[in-house]
Design a protein around this ligand. Structure first.
Ligand code: CA
Length: 224
């Protein structure tokens, strides 16, 4: 899952980026309103963490408003320094989905992100399932036919992205966009290498029922 973080306080931004990457999110950071606005409107992220007070032409509320006006529906988590009712209401009125008041605990931020990324039909159970393959985003647990599978962080992020898009063909470019961040130097054959190692782990022991499919010339798809 890919996160766009717009936060002008570099210390906070960099600490959040490091922490979120440890949790296997791909994180892009913008340090001011103008850059943040540009990145936000490109839309290549799954969730936006947005500081409300930003220097530059656009503050957090402007960015949020512009996204909603452009019919962009990615979840927005607003960070605000003030715990005033008016500020919170203003944020939610301008299209934010949730807010956190600084200072907040990293654990709470993670919980809010998980809640916002949960699809409506998965509210009761966050487990992703494709056939007999299960992935638990909250605990990093993956199993197939009841057998636990050990994955690296990147393999886990890749599998989660594929499973959240069950039956959809995902191009290498889409995979790079959602699983790696802008700064990472990723080549299409890096994706191939990760797909190959994932396939070894989730499909090889179950050769008769592969779940990870290569669609020649288009990309990859996970399906029963
Ligand atoms: Ca700020």
């Amino acid at each position: 899952m890919r996160i766009l973080l717009i936060e002008d306080e570099r210390k906070i931004a960099n600490a959040l980026k490091r922490g979120l990457e440890q949790e296997s999110y791909a994180v892009d950071v913008a340090y001011d309103g103008q850059e943040g606005y540009g990145r936000a409107m490109v839309g290549k992220f799954d969730i936006l963490i947005l500081d409300r007070m930003l220097p530059g032409i656009a503050d957090g509320l402007d960015i949020c408003r512009a996204m909603r006006k452009a019919n962009m529906h990615q979840p927005v988590l607003l960070l605000t320094a003030r715990d005033a009712t008016r500020d919170r209401v203003e944020g939610l009125d301008n299209g934010a989905d949730d807010y956190l008041v600084k200072p907040f605990s990293f654990e709470e931020l993670l919980a809010r992100i998980r809640a916002l990324l949960r699809r409506p039909e998965q509210t009761a159970d966050t487990t992703l399932r494709v056939g007999d393959l299960e992935l638990h985003p909250d605990t990093f647990h993956v199993q197939r036919a009841g057998q636990r599978i050990e994955l690296s962080r990147k393999e886990f992020a890749l599998l989660e992205y594929l499973m959240r898009n069950e039956n959809r063909i995902l191009s290498k470019e889409q995979i790079i966009t959602h699983v790696w961040d802008f700064d990472a130097d990723i080549l299409p054959n890096t994706v191939e290498a990760f797909i190959a190692s994932l396939r070894q782990k989730i499909d090889k022991p179950y050769k008769d029922h592969p779940l990870l499919h290569t669609v020649r010339g288009f990309g990859y798809r996970i399906a029963v």
